[in-house]
Design a protein around this ligand. Structure first.
Ligand code: GLA
Ligand code: ZN
Length: 688
């Protein structure tokens, strides 16, 4: 297994620190360009992402290209020793294109074609849009492919949305024909169209889901979502093909949006050289450490998307995020902490949206490195410079990774299916939240976790957690059995093993193909009203040595132990005495089935025991106060340890007797350290 990855591009020797840079907004006052270069140095920035949304500046009229301004910017960045991340401009298109070729404009699910406006408002299928994209991408690659500053292609920007135009309908039908071997009967079976007389008798009758048409056939919805991912990927591949042909040595990325529901990022990731994403948590919106934990979960998805390869934090805000309901400022310390958090989880960059605050339009109040005042004398600018200074000390961390012993499965298709299901609750199905809650038990103890999907290789983990694995695709249960047989520990919960990849319920007993490994059968599931609860009571002498009664809420699965042993039972209601937690010994390993939804208390205690039993390593072998976590990266020789306090007040951490080196001031550290609110330390030790 790789211990240290090569850098994003061989020219990149440092952590990347930069921003979306939109000099095309400042064409009327090009003197700010020189000012930008001066400020970049002061901000300890070494990189700029240029040309995102610059199509109108690059091709002001069809076929007339203006590269003069970009030549000048590239030259200035080169002289400033900056890395350039160059974008393809396809996230938005010039007005002339929409006017001349209306087919490039997106059609909504209600079949109305959009007018020109906003961004991400184009059809990925349209041959015209694809051709215009090919032309502009070719020009950019030919002109700047050999530029000494270019290190990465930033392809488009945050792909997303969907188009329901006739071209897309046709493409959808073709995709279906291929998927179902041109056999309409197969499709009718997969979509269970006999229900409500929805049987299709000709491919031409099939359309995308629509609010005024078909939207209740779950297999149909699922396939449409898969198609949207497929078609977006197809467009992405089209963009990449042009770039790779001309600049085979320049890596490509496109920026993701956390768990954006519209695209299955696992399908896109294999086509990227490096994964990058845009992180906009609502810092300080609740207990801040909870926000820190949810954000950590997202970083870990991005690292896991390429099996542990470092990713990039492509965008984050230096202060406020103006599209959120409340654009709260980051409290002192929070900007450094949130930036370094990304690095702690495997990012080789900290980048912002955007460098210079726009003067007009919808993002003029979005945080930026350089504010409207236009100089370096702001709190935010100083925070950014502080991040830059820290990153300059982290050259050794570039390319390093983490190899967790624990993985949580968070799977897009599973999420789609759960969200679409009517029942067992309409609200608070909370798939993602549930995954995050299981994850939290490890984050709090400073134990690294991978966040994978159900198709990943499980064999590298000791503990595999599959919360609410409602959909089980073919082969997954068999791979889980193998994992447990050979000594792994698997956690399965309520509302698992319900449907197959077409959203068709498994017959002959839930949890379907997971029945063997879990050793249980689920007969029915009780959904509780918000104010209802029950309890899970542990058997005396249970091997987990759990003694408390734990509140069960929202969903209680009513199961029968088949080969599994019962560890806890429900306390009340008509299912008092029925199993609530079971364990099934299977080969050399064990599979636990958690039948109920709980609060954090149970998950924390339960995983606490498993961590001991399985000897899962904490990064530092110490107990952590609330709000503090520890993450690490390693190059095989050294561990780089990030101790981070997400709590809003000071915390003391006892590091114990081990001597560690502070990577920022070079001093030796051991024993008690005090972290101010949002404070952190970056420490180094030889691998044990
Ligand atoms: C996204 C986009 C940026 C900008 C930011 C604002 O991430 O990619 O262009 O709009 O949001 O938060
Ligand atoms: Zn379309």
């Amino acid at each position: 297994m790789v211990k240290k990855y090569p850098p994003i591009h061989h020219k990149v020797k440092h952590m990347i620190h930069g921003a979306d840079y939109n000099p095309d907004q400042w064409m009327r006052t090009p003197e700010v360009w020189d000012e930008d270069m001066r400020l970049m140095k002061l901000a300890h920035s070494n990189s700029m992402s240029v040309g995102i949304f610059a199509w109108a500046a690059l091709e002001p009229e069809e076929g007339r290209f203006e590269f003069g301004w970009l030549d000048e910017i590239m030259e200035k960045l080169y002289k400033n020793n900056a890395y350039v991340i160059l974008a393809t401009p396809t996230g938005a298109r010039p007005a002339w294109m929409s006017a001349k070729y209306p087919e490039v404009l997106r059609v909504q699910a209600n079949r109305r074609r959009n007018l020109h406006g906003t961004r991400h408002n184009h059809c990925y299928t349209s041959p015209v849009y694809r051709e215009k994209t090919r032309i502009i991408n070719t020009k950019l690659a030919e002109r700047y492919g050999n530029h000494p500053s270019l290190v990465l292609w930033h392809v488009s920007n945050e792909y997303g949305g969907e188009c329901h135009c006739e071209l897309c309908q046709e493409a959808f039908r073709n995709w279906l024909r291929e998927k179902y071997d041109d056999d309409l009967d197969k499709l009718n079976h997969a979509w269970w169209t006999a229900f409500w007389s929805h049987t299709y008798t000709d491919w031409s009758q099939i359309e995308s889901p629509a609010p005024h048409g078909e939207f209740l056939v779950h297999g149909h919805n699922l396939d449409w979502k898969r198609f949207v991912t497929h078609q977006t990927l197809d467009f992405f591949k089209h963009e990449i093909a042009t770039l790779k042909e001309i600049t085979p040595d320049i890596p490509v990325t496109t920026n993701f949006m956390g768990t954006y529901p519209g695209l299955d990022y696992w399908k896109l990731a294999p086509h990227m050289d490096v994964v990058s994403w845009d992180s906009y948590p609502m810092w300080h919106s609740k207990d801040n450490w909870e926000v820190g934990c949810s954000t950590a979960f997202l970083h870990d998805i991005n690292r896991s998307l390429k099996g542990g390869k470092p990713f990039m934090l492509m965008e984050s805000t230096p202060s406020a995020t103006n599209w959120q309901p409340v654009a709260k400022l980051k409290r002192p310390g929070m900007h450094v902490l949130s930036s370094i958090q990304a690095v702690a989880h495997g990012s080789d960059s900290v980048q912002y949206f955007q460098w210079r605050k726009s003067r007009g339009s919808s993002e003029k109040f979005h945080g930026a490195v350089v504010d409207h005042v236009g100089n370096e004398n702001t709190r935010v600018f100083r925070d950014v410079a502080d991040v830059g200074k820290i990153l300059e000390k982290l050259d050794d961390v570039v390319g390093t990774t983490v190899r967790p012993e624990v993985a949580v499965i968070y799977d897009w298709e599973n999420r789609w299916a759960i969200d679409d299901a009517q029942g067992p609750r309409r609200e608070k199905k909370d798939y993602q939240l549930t995954c995050e809650r299981h994850y939290k038990a490890f984050w709090k103890r400073g134990i690294p976790v991978d966040v994978i999907n159900m198709d990943c290789d499980f064999s590298r983990y000791k503990l595999l957690i599959a919360p609410m694995l409602y959909m089980v695709r073919p082969g997954v249960a068999e791979r889980m059995e193998k994992f447990v047989e050979s000594g792994g520990t698997l956690i399965v919960t309520y509302w698992s093993g319900i449907v197959d990849e077409n959203d068709l319920c498994f017959l002959r007993g839930f949890p379907g193909p997971l029945r063997k490994v879990t050793g249980i059968r689920s007969e029915e599931i009780d959904a509780l009203y918000d104010e209802d609860y029950n309890y899970a009571v542990f058997d005396k002498d249970n091997p987990l040595k759990l003694e408390k009664e734990y509140k069960t809420v929202e969903l209680c699965d009513l199961i029968h132990a088949e080969t599994a042993k019962v560890l806890a039972t429900y306390k009340e209601d008509f299912y008092a005495g029925r199993p609530a937690l079971t364990v099934n010994e299977f080969g050399k390993g064990k599979c636990y089935y958690i039948a109920f939804r709980s609060g954090d208390d149970f998950l924390s205690d339960f995983y606490g025991r498993l961590i001991e039993d399985l000897d899962i390593q904490r990064v530092l072998d110490i107990d952590l106060p609330e709000g503090v976590t520890v993450q690490k990266r390693s190059d095989g020789d050294n561990d780089f340890i990030f101790v981070m306090n997400f709590a809003g007040d000071q915390r003391t951490v006892d590091l114990g007797d081990e001597e560690l080196t502070d990577m920022i001031d070079g001093g030796q550290v051991k024993g008690e350290i005090t972290l101010p609110a949002y404070g952190l330390r970056i420490l180094k030790r030889p691998v044990r």
